[in-house]
Design a protein around this ligand. Structure first.
Ligand code: RB5
Length: 181
């Protein structure tokens, strides 16, 4: 699907999404090299559509894994589809939306190799990339507005993981680690 807004809006979003870094982001990848998998339940379709339009306008390949209509669905099913795309490398990052972001983030974190952060602002988005190397962003459509969500998404996609002291902790989030080991 292509951006359906005016050319002017398109270029504003594009500039806004690439503002920090010119042609690429601080992860060393251009948007074209950074596919994003999107998923939501019925409560998240409106915000998901906004996120999708913005990502596409910025040049990201977008894999929209649904849901696509207003019918009531189960958020763990869409978390599973997005997490599979991230885990197998079809998408670099996943973005999930439900009413609160809570159920879909809990569901996502049941999947091995997924570190999903429920985020309410750009500060949380920055810190979860820097400290947790989060690879899936969860948002609550009933909790935050589109502008705040877009700011958080932009920061999430352009902030690198810091490594260093965080490596030891992130390793303890992996499926192979057990508290008793
Ligand atoms: C759906 O009504 C709602 O429960 C879901 O979107 C989410 O908020 C669950 O955590």
């Amino acid at each position: 699907m292509h951006w359906r807004g005016s050319g002017m809006r398109h270029s504003i979003w594009r500039r806004w999404f690439l503002a920090d870094t010119g042609s690429g982001n601080s992860l060393g990848m251009t948007p074209a090299e950074t596919p994003i998998a999107l998923g939501s339940d019925h409560a998240g379709t409106g915000l998901k559509a906004t996120l999708r339009a913005t990502l596409e306008a910025a040049g990201h390949p977008v894999l929209d894994l649904g849901t696509h209509g207003p019918e009531s669905v189960d958020y763990p099913d869409f978390a599973a589809a997005v997490c599979a795309a991230v885990a197998e490398g079809t998408a670099r990052f996943g973005v999930l939306v439900c009413g609160t972001g809570i159920g879909i983030s809990i569901a996502a974190n049941r999947h091995p190799d997924i570190r999903c952060a429920l985020i309410h602002d750009a500060t949380g988005a920055r810190l979860t990339r820097q400290h947790n190397d989060a690879n899936v962003l969860a948002l609550g459509a009933r909790m935050i507005g589109a502008e705040v969500a877009l700011d958080a998404l932009n920061v999430f996609l352009t902030t690198p993981y810091e490594g260093g002291r965080h490596d030891r902790r992130v390793l303890k989030l992996s499926p192979g680690w057990s508290p008793s080991a």
